[in-house]
Design a protein around this ligand. Structure first.
Ligand code: IMP
Length: 513
């Protein structure tokens, strides 16, 4: 595998791996694979809203903050948490403990002195705000304090890692910041507030104060305590990165996906950072032009979305969105869904679109790594993909999770559908700059406005799925004909340059094209 990777990345020094959909396209596996090639592994956007699973020596580790190369620290690899990240010290200290308790080191971890801190107030405000929104206005955030933390930054009121090295400055800033959260807490229902306060993300209730509601002194005490452990990692990572371009092999690890980017995504149903390669480069102190190769990940012929927001090609449409967005006990939901599928196979019922979605969800393990929420399932949406390829200017794609589609065969060769264009069905014309879209008009490149997307009908092409087990194929020459047809179709429809196929979870289930 090492030789294959080296050959694939022959002239590359800086590689960016970014999702081109709504996140969760199996970046973890790819980044893990490339981390054996890289000298530096860097994250530059988001925070604990992301999640990746690393399997090593038979054990699974889920990290939300630490870069994917962290378990290779003893090999001398630099893991960098860039200035564009928002970091909760509660979470970070837990992840560091997990790493150390399992016998791994973090001697080469570096955290940007300008990375933004997620404080307990941000998590409280994120969750209270989401609770206060009416059903149609909810975003379905991960509740990790991401938007409030970026808001503090852009409101010029944020606290950064470097402040931890100067306790007086830290205390002054934290005291100023607490007010908004305390005010919101005083207006919230006691029960809701209490449930939020006792969550593990808020250290199981230690910041709760029966009279003041939030114990600001405890926040300060705890964070300055964590600071003692992490101070040694804090430094100017931007200058390390700038000085390493062209000299060291750099792997930039994306978080979320371009369709969730604050700048390019289906705003407002997005996260609060720019999750494109451009945002990622900036978040680690580099320029987009420093990237030699950008790999855009998409799932192989299906798609997922977590939380609210438009999903034109959703299998089961609104019924699916309702089902997935009203889950309060995710683990229970998953067990129930598994039982439904088992019963379905026994009884051989007819297959609804919603059921196809459920099958793909179970087969692909499509439940959030961070929140455990069921992911909404849909078909590959080419208008959205064309849009992403247009704004990123990149054609290099990786298709992941292709093995998951085999489940369509188990239910009697259900066709695979690909949405290749939309028909606009809005009664009122939609104005997009100088373009006016009228009812009945066919669209090939998506406009990322939810108000527009909600009024579009997907138009599908149907394909037969291969019956062969592709999980053991190691060369593109041996792909089943039905998969080859789909790849040709994808190239023709989007101009994509398909570089890698992932046909299973293991490293060697990767086909370089
Ligand atoms: P936030 O990033 O927690 O503010 O959530 C904003 C939106 O982005 C919500 O719809 C989340 O479900 C979605 N989101 C955030 N991070 C991820 C991710 O890593 N994978 C998939 N969706 C995400």
């Amino acid at each position: 595998m090492k030789e294959k990777i080296n050959a694939f990345l022959k002239d590359v020094m800086t590689l960016a791996v970014v999702c081109y959909q709504f996140g969760d396209t199996g970046k973890g596996k790819l980044v893990d694979l490339f981390s054996s090639w890289a000298d530096i592994i860097a994250r530059g956007t988001g925070g604990a809203n992301a999640g990746h699973t690393i399997c090593l020596r038979g054990k699974e580790y889920i990290f939300n903050l630490l870069p994917s190369g962290i378990l290779k620290d003893s090999e001398g690899k630099l893991n960098i948490m860039g200035s564009g990240m928002v970091i909760s010290l509660i979470k970070l200290s837990r992840e560091l403990r997990l790493v150390h308790e399992n016998g791994y080191t973090t001697n080469n971890l570096k955290i940007s002195h300008r990375a933004k801190l997620v404080l307990p107030f941000h998590i409280i405000v994120d969750r209270l705000k989401e609770l206060s929104l009416c059903k149609g206005d909810k975003i379905g955030t991960t509740g990790k304090g991401i938007t409030p933390a970026y808001l503090s930054h852009y409101a010029r009121e944020g606290v950064v890692m470097n402040d931890l090295l100067n306790p007086d400055i830290f205390v002054e800033k934290v005291r100023k910041m607490a007010n908004e959260a305390i005010e919101m807490a005083s207006k919230a229902k006691r029960d809701d507030f209490f449930k939020i306060m006792v969550s593990p993300d808020l250290d199981n209730g230690i910041f709760y104060h029966p009279k003041k509601l939030i114990d600001v002194d405890m926040v300060i005490k705890k964070y300055l305590g964590y600071a003692k452990d992490i101070a040694r990692y804090i430094c100017d990572t931007d200058s390390i990165m700038r000085n390493s371009v062209g000299k060291s092999k750099i792997l930039l690890e994306g978080a979320q996906g371009v369709l969730l980017s604050i700048d390019y995504g289906t705003y407002p149903y997005v996260t609060s950072s720019d999750s494109s390669a451009e945002g990622l480069a900036k978040g680690v102190g580099l320029k987009h032009s420093d990237i030699d190769l950008e790999l855009g990940l998409i799932k192989g012929f299906y798609m997922t979305r977590v939380g609210c927001g438009p999903f034109t090609s959703e299998a089961g449409g609104e019924e699916s969105a309702e089902l997935c967005n009203n889950v309060f006990k995710p683990e229970e939901f998953r067990r129930e869904e598994e039982a439904i599928i088992e019963k379905f196979f026994k009884n051989g019922n007819s297959v609804s679109e919603l059921m196809v979605g459920r099958l793909l969800r179970i087969s692909g393990g499509e439940y959030g790594a961070t929140t455990k929420r069921p992911r909404r399932i849909g078909w590959l949406d080419l208008p959205l993909l064309r849009y992403v390829m247009e704004v990123t200017g990149n054609k290099n794609l990786v298709l992941t999770k292709l093995d998951v589609l085999n489940v369509l065969n188990q239910i009697g060769g259900e066709p695979l559908r690909v949405c290749y264009k939309y028909r606009y069905e809005g009664e009122k014309p939609y104005n997009y700059g100088e373009v006016i879209v009228k009812k009945g008009q066919v669209i090939k490149v998506a406009i990322p406005d939810p108000k527009f997307l909600e009024q579009c009908e997907p138009i599908y092409d149907s394909f037969e799925v291969w019956s062969e087990d592709i999980s053991k194929i190691d060369s593109s020459d041996h792909l089943p004909i039905n998969l080859k047809i789909l790849l040709i179709y994808l190239k023709r429809e989007t101009g994509a340059n398909i570089r890698i196929l992932s046909v299973g979870r293991e490293a060697d289930q990767t086909i370089f094209m």
